[in-house]
Design a protein around this ligand. Structure first.
Ligand SMILES: NC(=O)c1ccc[n+]([C@@H]2O[C@H](COP(=O)([O-])OP(=O)(O)OC[C@H]3O[C@@H](n4cnc5c(N)ncnc54)[C@H](OP(=O)(O)O)[C@@H]3O)[C@@H](O)[C@H]2O)c1
Length: 270
C-alpha cells in the first residue's frame, strides 16, 4: 500500500488472529518485513506465507522459548526495528473464585513476557526503534470477573511507561494502544448477542481489528516520531462516556449504523 515502513523488520506477537493478525497485515502492507508469531506453526506459517514474511513460534509463558525466538530473529535478520506486543491470555474468573494458577498465568503471559520481549528486542534495535503494546480499557474501567486480566495488563501499562523512559536515551519510542471491544466478523456477531452487553459505545459498535492495526502502524512509524509514553485509546468513544440511556444516539442525516448488534448492545469484551 505504501513504503512507510520499507526496510523495517517487525515482530508482532500473537499475529495468528484478530488484532495481531490485522496488525501484521497492516505493517506488511506498508512495506515492513513482518515476523509472524504464535505457539502453533500450523497457524503461524500460513500468515507468514501470505505476507511474504518470517515466522517464529514460542509459548510466551516459557521464558526460554521467548529467548529462542529472539535468537532466531537476530540470526536471520540481524536486527529488529519494531516490536508489537499483541499476544495475551484472558481471564474471566471472579476474584473470590480465582485460583493462583490462573492469576500467575495471566501475569506470566501478559506482563512478564512483555518485560522479556522488550529486554530481548532492544539489543537488536537500532536507535529510533519502536515498541507498541496493546492494552485494554478494562484497566481504567474494570468489569466484573476480569481482575487477573486487568491486573496483568496494568502491570504491562507500567512497563510501557517505564520502558518509554528507560529507552528514550536511545530514541526508542514506547507507546500503547488502549483497545476497547474488538472482534473479528464472527466475534462481533457473538459479542452482539451477549446479554451482558452495554449500550455505552458512542459510535454504536465494537471495533474491527483493522481499526486497532492502523493506529499501531502510525505509532510504529516515523509519523509518530515525537510520541513516546503515549496511550492512544481506540474504543469508539466509550472511555469517557457515561452509561446514558439512548446510546447509540441518532445520527445527523441518517439512521444509526450498528452492524454488530440488533439491540444496539455489545459485550463486555477483553
Ligand atoms: N479483542 C478485544 O476486544 C481486545 C480488547 C482490548 C484489548 N485487547 C488486547 O489486544 C491484544 C490482542 O487481542 P485479540 O483479541 O486480538 O487476541 P486473540 O484473538 O485472543 O489472539 C491471541 C493471540 O495471542 C497468541 N497467544 C495467546 N497465548 C499465547 C501464549 N501463551 N504464547 C504465545 N502466544 C500466545 C495467540 O496465538 P496462538 O493461539 O496461535 O498460539 C493469538 O495469536 C491482546 O493483548 C488483548 O489483551 C483485545
Amino acid at each position: 500500500m505504501t513504503e512507510l515502513l520499507a526496510g523495517r523488520i517487525a515482530l508482532v506477537t500473537g499475529s495468528t488472529s484478530n488484532i495481531g493478525l490485522a496488525t501484521a497485515r497492516e505493517l506488511a502492507a506498508h512495506g515492513a518485513l513482518v515476523v509472524v508469531h504464535g505457539r502453533d506453526p500450523a497457524r503461524a506459517e500460513p500468515v507468514a506465507a501470505e505476507l511474504d514474511g518470517d515466522v517464529v513460534t514460542g509459548d510466551l509463558a516459557n521464558l526460554d522459548e521467548i529467548d529462542a525466538m529472539f535468537e532466531q530473529i537476530g540470526r536471520r535478520h540481524g536486527r529488529l526495528d519494531i516490536l508489537v506486543n499483541s499476544a495475551a491470555t484472558t481471564s474471566r474468573t471472579h476474584l473470590l473464585e480465582l485460583e493462583l494458577e490462573e492469576w500467575t498465568r495471566a501475569m506470566a503471559i501478559n506482563a512478564t513476557a512483555v518485560l522479556r520481549t522488550i529486554q530481548q528486542a532492544v539489543p537488536l534495535m537500532p536507535d529510533g526503534g519502536a515498541i507498541v503494546n496493546i492494552t485494554t480499557s478494562l484497566v481504567p474501567q474494570p468489569a466484573i470477573g476480569r481482575g487477573a486480566y486487568a491486573a496483568s495488563k496494568a502491570a504491562m501499562d507500567a512497563l510501557t511507561r517505564q520502558a518509554a523512559l528507560d529507552l528514550a536515551g536511545r530514541g526508542i519510542r514506547v507507546n500503547a494502544v488502549v483497545s476497547g471491544q474488538v472482534g473479528s466478523p464472527v466475534g462481533q456477531r457473538e459479542l452482539g448477542r451477549r446479554s451482558t452487553s452495554t449500550p455505552t459505545i458512542p459510535l454504536g459498535r465494537i471495533g474491527r481489528p483493522e481499526e486497532i492495526a492502523s493506529v499501531v502502524r502510525f505509532l510504529a512509524s516515523d509519523d509518530a516520531s515525537y510520541l513516546t509514553n503515549s496511550f492512544v485509546t481506540v474504543d469508539g468513544g466509550r472511555m469517557h462516556a457515561a452509561a446514558v440511556d439512548g446510546f447509540p444516539g441518532p445520527r445527523v442525516g441518517g439512521s444509526h449504523a450498528n452492524s454488530s448488534s440488533p439491540t444496539g448492545r455489545a459485550g463486555s469484551g477483553r
